[in-house]
Design a protein around this ligand. Sequence first.
Ligand code: 4AZ
Length: 266
Amino acid sequence: IVGGTDVPIDAHPYYANFDFSCGGTLITMFEDGSHDFVLTAAHCCFGTNIDDALVLLGVSVIDRVEPCSLDLELQNFKIHEDYDRFDFNSTDETGTPHDICLLKIPNVKQSLINQYGPEGPETCASKISPACLPADHVADGSYCKVAGYGAGNEPSHLLNEVGVYTFSNEYCEATNMISFEPTTWETQFCAGIPDFDGDGQTDGGKDSCQGDSGGPLVCEAFGKPVVYGVVSWGFGCAAPNFPGIYAKVSNYVDWIFDTMDNLQNS
Ligand code: 4AZ
């Protein structure tokens, strides 16, 4: 996170760290003991070894054990079928659509009870609780927050957040000076700082960055956090005229439900 401020995990209790190199968003906390799920980016799941990958919940300081922190073993994961890994590493202008991956973890409530006793889930509710999935994409120009431990953080081991505004596809194309396939815009969106200083470019200085990938872009709706974006990519970080690019979660809600169903039993 570039240009952000450090915050306790209570500011983003759905924030998950995936194997120390990526972010994620806790999207379920099932009451019936079934597996829970974390949303992250497809490019975070490449090279993942199920046997030694960890998902951390409830931590404000990345390398520390804290009251309510959970170190959970990754049990399975699913990269979106249409994600094209080559796209991510290429320099063409198609973008990287479908940069979405779902992580299967042990039941979070039961893990809190096992580690912190019967009161665990209630005691820890302010530090571990899921974000809502969106019904539709958020309106252009909405003020939202991105959280992560990625590059640019001060101090680097503390969770940081930064406020950004969602951009229309047209505005994003004009600023990034690229043109995406129309279908790409159904699957991703830009967010950054508008041209407040009036120099004809979107303002720099605030952005997600390397290491924030997979983490949440969250906007409040009806007083609740809704995860509208997954940190995906960008041309550098926080440069004027180059807003960050996010996977558009509203496009994937059906996929998320289907994939959770499939992963429950595998
Ligand atoms: C990255 O390399 C990355 N400014 C993530 C986000 C952004 C740029 C790069 C957005 O993971």
